[in-house]
Design a protein. Structure first.
Length: 796
């Protein structure tokens, strides 16, 4: 077992050893790269080993799966055991979902098991149920609701902010339509992320009321907690703060009526960048106003193990002149000196993209192969910029990219169709909606929205008539009856519905569509009988084979192979000729399969927990988003600044220009003005502090010339690795030691520099040649046909 105090600073030791008494709150203000996660892990271990807390008395909440996994891993290393598994460590939404699943039905039938809808499913739901042609039990919508406005409408009603009548007026829709829509979501157990928080808050309140009335005991899990630790506290928005407050105020074993559980919060106010969710650096002040009788202590982690002094100096040279929304606090670097960050300007966004691609190639070559493509991260402000950059460097520079995002890549692509298929195969919650989404891709002829609306309403009628369980997969049953009526005699009641189904597709041109619908459902049923016949059949490889078989034999393959779309936004793209769609499709299928394998491993490793679900499919459908993003050595990482938060890279490029703003840079306001938005300063702060050794900042030619903030903290000259050997090799030595790679020979650097010079004036960086010359950066050619993709075929 590693010592808790090994390799710790004095500031870290104070936090690790700080008491965790009831009615006390510890605020940890942690700068970038200051060892916050490691310190929290050691504090947890210290509470158990030295202060006598039991693992089930500690709750740890964080914002991301990445942070949860890292914290568990740190605890595993510290304890050489399973402390990380014994202690409840989870994201807020995962914790709330688990609380509802485990305890909800003990207090009310309202808390039945429900299915969480991801963003793409919600957009599909909005598209199907918010169009002008859609009606619910004869109630038609007036006007149009976007996915965002529909979610806002339902959230306003659920939170009590608006009544149904008020919401109908504000959003200009029928009151009856809202009621039908809400009822449909409830019946089918379909909820959104904030609904989890809403239900969890109500459950905590209901359980206390039930306990006070003597009906049911308190929720034992919450009752036992004495310590709450919250990571990334700066990202907490109001609804999450309510969760923290409710848990802290929940009655505690050995506590009195006024006791609150101990709270330790850790984060960096300057990294509060989710203002669109309602986050605000002032959330720290809310603790004091919410818990006025608690004892507060503030401790700082202001020593960085990540950033060089030059990187931190450049950051503070800009944010020190920022408005009041940014805290003026210096973090001291514990690393040796490195080169100044590089500032550059380009005439257009595409020229900047090319500069970055060529500079990445140059650095790899001139470092003698020490740097690999996965050591680089290119950060941008929007997903649209991500797509533009990816398309450009793929087409003109043969540069492969790894898109880091909050959601897994395949979840926001057309591969999501596979998730809909699995929902139908699994049956139960969400299966009817999943089938509805699938059928929207089967029926693509004119008038399909009207037919889908009629099919939906017929299914509502059929379900009310034939099913007592309103959450059953009645749509599949309805379609099967229609198919069966063509070959054999069915009951008079079923015959009525079969006839109504046929009438929806009565025109001759739609007969083929109805046959396709029958075929899809028939194939799904056959594959279900195979996959769910026994647990061993639910292996990721078998699942993928079944999905590909369904798509190949149902016409759904055409939907996947359709290339005229922008994958992340879901919107049609008029010019997609510069996108390698087969490669994109391959990457997303690969990502989906990786998610299957990751979930399967978790399912097998944690049988006791996983067996709450009868089948692996059930487990996967509820946990597929828990996977942590992977880094691939031959790909450059690209991400929005929001998605890169919490990560670190040896080399970071902060893109300045976008096609929408050029020739101005998105960083011009903070470089040229003192009164720019505080959130812009915080975005820059987060982006720049991802860099461990080399930082590049893109800006406009005007800001490059006139900004006084750049001063002496940035260099306008590119780093030449070849000069390091003649002067000093500290940077390379530090990089090699940190990355655990051998120091390059003089010959490797010299030959790399020579290749770089010869490629300097070419239009492409010829990355395949560069990788060939340097064995440390091998090039892996993708054999799409052998794997799973060809231009018109998907198979394995």
């Amino acid at each position: 077992m590693s010592g808790i105090f090994d390799n710790t600073t004095e500031h870290q030791r104070r936090i690790i050893q700080h008491p965790a008494d009831l009615n006390s709150i510890l605020e940890v203000r942690a700068g970038p790269g200051s060892g916050k996660t490691s310190t929290l892990a050691k504090r947890i271990a210290y509470l158990v080993e030295h202060l006598g807390y039991k693992p089930d008395e500690i709750l740890v909440l964080s914002m991301s799966n990445r942070a949860v996994k890292t914290l568990r891993e740190r605890l595993r290393i510290l304890q050489d055991g399973d402390l990380g598994e014994k202690i409840s460590i989870s994201t807020f939404h995962s914790f709330c979902g688990s609380l509802i699943d485990q305890y909800g039905l003990k207090y009310s039938s309202v808390y039945k098991r429900q299915m969480l809808m991801d963003d793409l499913s919600w957009r599909s739901f909005s598209k199907i149920f918010s169009g002008k042609t859609m009606s619910l039990n004869g109630k038609k919508i007036k006007g149009m609701l976007t996915a965002h406005s529909l979610e806002s409408l339902l959230s306003d009603i659920r939170s009590g902010k608006l009544t149904v009548e008020q919401a109908a007026k504000v959003y200009k829709v029928n009151k009856e339509y809202i009621e039908e829509l809400t009822e449909y979501l409830i019946q089918n157990g379909m909820i959104r992320y904030d609904d989890l928080l809403y239900y969890a808050l109500n459950l905590m309140q209901d359980s206390q009321s039930s306990a006070s009335n003597g009906k049911n005991p308190l929720i034992s899990q919450l009752h036992n907690y004495k310590v709450i630790i919250v990571d990334e506290f700066q990202d907490i928005y109001p609804k999450l703060f309510d969760i923290i407050t409710s848990i802290a105020n929940y009655p505690t074993v050995d506590g009195n009526d006024t006791s609150i559980k101990h709270i330790s919060v850790a984060g960096d106010p300057n990294q509060s960048i989710y203002d669109f969710l309602g986050t605000n650096p002032k959330i720290w002040d809310n603790l004091r106003s919410t818990f006025p009788n608690a004892t507060f202590n503030v401790l700082k982690l202001d020593e960085s193990f990540r950033n060089t002094p030059e990187i931190l100096n450049s950051v503070y040279s800009i944010i020190d002149q920022s408005p009041s929304g940014v805290i003026k606090t210096d973090v001291k670097s514990l690393k040796q000196n490195g080169p100044l960050p590089t500032v550059y300007s380009c005439a257009s966004a595409h020229k900047e993209y090319s500069f970055i691609a060529q500079e990445i190639s140059r650095l790899i070559l001139e470092s003698g192969g020490v740097l690999k493509y996965s050591d680089f991260s290119v950060l941008m402000r929007t997903n649209k910029e991500i797509e533009s950059f990816s398309n450009h460097v793929s087409k003109f520079h043969d540069l492969k990219v790894n898109k880091l995002s909050v959601a897994l890549p395949w979840v926001t692509s057309r591969i999501h169709l596979m998730l809909d298929l699995l929902a139908v195969i699994n049956g139960g919650l969400g299966s009817d909606f999943g089938l509805l989404c699938i059928l929207s891709h089967v029926d693509t002829k004119a008038g399909n929205s009207v037919r889908l609306s009629k099919l939906f309403n017929l299914n509502q009628e059929y379900r009310d008539c034939r099913f007592s369980d309103k959450s059953s997969n009645s749509l599949e049953s309805l379609i099967s009856i229609g198919s069966l009526s063509r070959s054999q005699k069915i009951s008079p009641e079923d015959s009525v519905f079969a006839s109504k189904l046929e009438s929806i597709y009565k025109s001759a041109k739609n007969h083929e569509t109805l046959f396709s619908i029958y075929k899809v459902v028939s194939i799904i049923r056959k594959q279900r009988s195979v996959l769910l016949s026994e647990p061993s059949q639910e292996h990721p490889k078998n699942i993928l084979c079944s999905l590909l078989y369904i798509m190949e034999n149902s016409g759904l393959l055409e939907y996947l192979n359709y290339t005229d779309f922008t994958h992340n936004s879901g919107k049609l793209a008029r010019n997609s000729s510069d996108v390698d769609m087969s490669s994109f499709l391959y990457d997303n299928i690969k990502s989906f399969y990786t998610s299957l394998c990751y979930s399967y491993e978790c399912f097998q490793e944690n049988k006791q927990e996983a067996n709450k679900e009868d089948h692996f499919l059930e487990y996967f459908l509820r946990n597929y988003n828990d996977e942590v993003p992977l880094f691939e050595f031959d790909k450059v990482n690209i991400a929005t600044i929001h998605a890169a938060k919490g990560m670190e890279f040896p080399v970071v490029f902060i893109v300045g220009l976008s096609e929408m703003m050029q020739p101005k840079s998105s960083w011009d306001p903070i470089l040229l003005q003192d009164n720019a938005r505080s959130n812009d300063f915080r975005l820059f702060y987060v982006a720049a502090t991802r860099a461990k050794y080399l930082l590049y900042l893109g800006t406009s030619p005007y800001a490059m010339e006139h900004s006084k903030k750049l001063g002496n903290s940035f260099s306008r000259r590119k780093l030449a690795f070849s000069s390091l050997l003649s002067n000093n090799s500290i940077l390379l030595e530090n990089m090699c030691r940190d990355l655990k790679r051998p120091f390059p020979s003089n010959q490797a650097i010299a030959s790399g520099s020579d290749v770089s010079r010869r490629l300097k004036f070419r239009n492409t960086s010829l990355l395949s040649q560069e990788r060939y010359l340097h064995q440390n950066t091998p090039y892996r050619f993708y054999n799409l046909v052998r794997k799973c993709i060809s231009k018109r075929l998907v198979s394995i």
